[in-house]
Design a protein around this ligand. Structure first.
Ligand code: ATP
Length: 368
């Protein structure tokens, strides 16, 4: 096992593109860290710099105590699993898994032991003689992981390993990866653009945008305490709602005023909003923290807004309502049995203990 440390790492392509800016991270031994963010935000580039497949323009990368800036990929003690598996089509599963070890001149009986052990762990013992074309997508993905495991690396690097699988298989394999990495306890960096994958797999998540880290934290802290509007909107599904509101302070209370309707902020948020009296902010509220009057346990207390329902999506346990509130579209996740139809005017109750506020300028940082 080994820690990974990145210090002030930059990657520039020519003079125009800065793919990664001032990236700093120190993992724990055995930690599972996920890089998440929209397409083009620099996740893969950062992973490839850790792997040694991409030069570092500036900064330092350590694996364990060793500075690896100039260490070639094969000597970094890492194993990488890619999106496209990169299996050799003419070799059977056994040889695919054994190949890297043969190149390293590992003795034949040691190779045999490691391949069989890995095949047992990931439950492909019965497939060892098959060629890749005779395997399903999920089985190929397992082989790609098996090939990484046999290397007994200090670090696993995964680059969107599940994106070629269908939705059901993706969920299954996600659980497999979680189990496997927990069992092996190897430090892991995992790249994805899927926030659900990030939330379910990561001990910590690095949220990136435009080559820069937005926030590094545990899944729950990112959900509860996003540091800016981008992180708030990226983490959580369906996404957090943002409504432009004007802050009105009365005594010790602050209110979000939305098109004449008023929502009272909780005491903690009120204290932080005081400095914004009379100014525009983003009020942020997650769909799961909005209820439909008559169908929710959220008590009524200066927290009701009127909405015009446009779309109703029944999902069984919940129903998602998309309604227009003060000129903004708001999604609410309400009781699945609620009777509501498009065109209805409804009263929505907001759980004010779960409200967020963000500045409307600059990096739209969280208020409070
Ligand atoms: P995706 O999820 O789409 O794979 P990503 O977050 O992994 O995206 P990167 O592949 O790391 O993003 O790319 C980061 C930025 O660097 C992008 O703007 C990309 O266009 C740019 N980039 C990547 N490789 C090169 C290159 N060889 N030359 C010039 N620009 C590049």
């Amino acid at each position: 096992m080994a820690k990974i440390r990145l210090e002030n790492v930059y990657k520039r392509y020519g003079t125009k593109v800065t793919a990664v800016k001032d990236f700093n991270l120190e993992t724990e031994d055995g930690e599972f860290v996920v890089f998440v963010g929209p397409s083009g935000c620099g996740k893969t580039t950062t992973l490839r710099m850790i792997a040694g497949l991409e030069d570092i323009t500036e900064g330092k990368i350590y694996i364990g105590d060793r500075l690896v800036n100039d260490v070639p990929p094969k000597d970094r003690d890492i194993a990488m699993v890619f999106q496209n598996y990169a299996l050799y089509p003419h070799m059977n599963v056994y040889d695919n898994m054994a190949f890297g070890l043969k190149l390293r001149r590992v003795p034949r009986d040691e190779i045999d032991r490691r391949v069989k052990e890995a095949a047992r762990i990931i439950k492909i013992d019965h497939l060892l003689q098959r060629k890749p074309r005779e395997l399903s997508g999920g089985q190929r993905q397992r082989v790609a992981m098996g090939r990484a495991i046999v290397r007994e690396p200090k670090v696993f690097l995964f680059d969107e390993p599940l994106s070629n699988l269908d939705a059901k298989l993706r969920v299954e394999m996600r659980a497999e990866i979680a189990k496997l990495t927990r069992r092996l306890g190897v430090t892991t960096v995992y790249v994805t653009h899927d926030q659900v994958e990030a939330m379910t797999l990561g001990h910590r998540i690095v949220v990136m945008k435009d080559g820069e880290i937005q926030q590094t934290d545990t899944p729950l802290n990112l959900y509860d305490f996003p540091e800016n509007k981008f992180v708030a909107g990226f983490i959580g599904s369906p996404s957090m709602n943002f409504v432009r509101a004007r802050v009105e302070v009365q005594g010790s209370d602050a209110y979000f005023s939305i098109d004449g309707q008023k929502i009272k902020a909780n005491p903690t948020l009120s204290a932080s909003l005081k400095a914004y009296n009379g100014r525009e902010v983003w009020m942020g509220v997650r769909p799961e923290h909005i209820g439909l009057k008559g169908w929710t346990t959220i008590p009524e207390d200066n927290n009701v807004v009127k909405g015009q329902v446009e779309v109703v999506e029944p999902l069984g346990a919940d129903t998602e309502i998309h309604a227009e509130v003060g000129g903004a579209m708001v999604t609410a996740k309400v009781d699945g049995h609620a009777v509501v139809l498009p065109g209805d005017t409804v009263e929505l109750l907001i759980d004010t203990s779960k409200l967020h506020a963000f500045e409307t300028e600059g990096s739209e940082k969280a208020i409070g």
